[in-house]
Design a protein around this ligand. Structure first.
Ligand SMILES: [Zn+2]
Length: 304
C-alpha cells in the first residue's frame, strides 16, 4: 500500500530533526537574554540597581516564555508524527484456521490477539493441541471470548445477565487468561474506560454485568468478514487495507489513532486465503505510519 510516509517519531532521523530544531532555539534564547541584559547594562549605567535588576528579570521571563513555546511546538510535532496503532484480533479459535493464522503472524512478526472460545478448546484433542501451542507462544496474546459463544443463540444468551457473566468466568477459570480483555459473542460492544457502546440495546444489562464483573470489553472498528459457507474472506485485501487507512486518516475509529480489526481464524483454512492474509500483513507492515499492538495495551484497559 502506498501511503504517505509521515515522519516517524521512533526513527533516529526524526529525533535528530527534533533535536536540531530545539537546539538553535535554545541558543537563540540564551543569546537574546545576554544581549538584552548587556544592552540594559549599557543604557542604564546611571539607572538605579533596582531598575537594572528589573530589566534582567523581564528578559529572563521572556526567555522562559519562548522556551515554553518551543517545548509546546515540539510536543505538537511529536503527537502529529506518532504511529497509528493497529490491533489485529482473530476470533473463535481454536479451530481449523487457527494454526494457519498463528504461522502467518509469526512469519510476519506482527503482534496479534486471539479471542478464544473456551468450549472450542475442549471440543477435540486436535483443538486442545492447538490451544497448548497458542498458550506456549509468548509472541501472541490470548483473550476471553466466552465459554459457549452463546451456542450461537444470542437473544436467549443475553436475556440472562448472570448466566453471561458465569460463562465468561468459566472460560477465565479453565484457561487462565493473563488479561481482563474480553469480546462479547455476536455483539460489537465496548466497555473500556469511558468507551461505552452497545450495538443491540436488549443486551445492555448483560454487557454491563460482564463489565462490572471486572472484564474490559473490546468490540471492533472494522471487520474483515467471511462467507460462512465457503469460509472465504469476503473482502479483497486491497479494499480492506483502504478502509483501514481511510478510518485512521479520518479519525473515525473508537479511539482516534487506534484501530481494532476483527477477523476470524476460520476464514484462513485454505492456502489461497492464508496467502491473502500474508499479503495483507505484509502491506500493513510496509506502512511506517503503523504499529501493531495487542488488545491488552488498548488505552484505558485495566492492568492485570
Ligand atoms: Zn465470535
Amino acid at each position: 500500500m502506498d501511503l504517505p510516509s509521515a515522519a516517524d517519531e521512533g526513527e533516529p532521523g526524526s529525533k535528530r530533526q527534533q533535536t536540531s530544531y530545539a537546539f538553535p532555539v535554545l541558543i537563540f534564547l540564551c543569546s537574546l537574554s545576554i544581549v538584552i541584559a548587556c544592552n540594559g547594562n549599557r543604557k542604564n549605567e546611571t539607572d538605579a540597581p533596582a531598575k537594572r535588576q528589573q530589566h534582567l528579570t523581564d528578559s529572563l521571563q521572556q526567555a522562559k516564555r519562548m522556551q515554553q513555546l518551543a517545548d509546546s511546538i515540539t510536543a505538537i510535532k511529536k503527537k502529529a508524527t506518532a504511529k497509528k496503532k493497529i490491533y489485529l484480533t482473530f476470533d473463535d479459535g481454536p479451530n481449523k484456521g487457527t494454526l494457519n493464522v498463528l504461522n502467518a503472524v509469526k512469519e510476519e512478526q506482527v503482534a496479534v490477539s486471539f479471542f478464544i472460545v473456551g468450549k472450542h478448546v475442549f471440543d477435540s484433542p486436535a483443538q486442545q493441541a492447538v490451544w497448548e501451542q497458542l498458550k506456549a507462544d509468548s509472541a501472541i496474546e490470548l483473550c476471553n471470548h466466552s465459554y459457549t459463544h452463546a451456542l450461537n443463540r444470542y437473544t436467549k444468551f443475553y436475556n440472562d445477565p448472570a448466566g453471561v457473566v458465569a460463562d465468561f468466568r468459566k472460560s477465565d477459570e479453565k484457561l487462565d487468561f493473563n488479561n481482563h480483555v474480553v469480546r462479547m459473542p455476536g455483539r460489537n460492544a465496548w466497555r473500556i474506560d469511558s468507551i461505552r457502546v452497545t450495538d443491540i440495546k436488549e443486551s445492555r444489562a448483560a454487557i454491563d454485568s460482564v463489565h462490572k464483573a471486572g472484564f474490559d470489553i473490546m468490540g471492533w472498528d472494522i471487520e474483515w468478514s467471511f462467507d460462512h459457507k465457503t469460509f472465504a474472506p469476503d473482502t479483497a485485501t486491497g479494499i480492506i487495507l483502504r478502509r483501514i487507512r481511510n478510518m485512521l486518516d479520518a479519525g473515525t475509529t473508537r479511539t482516534p489513532g487506534h484501530l481494532v480489526l476483527l477477523a476470524h481464524d476460520q476464514a484462513f483454512q485454505k492456502e489461497e486465503y492464508v496467502q491473502q492474509l500474508l499479503d495483507f500483513l505484509k502491506e500493513l507492515k510496509g506502512n511506517e505510519d503503523y504499529e501493531f499492538i495487542m488488545a491488552g495495551k488498548y488505552p484505558g484497559v485495566r492492568g492485570y
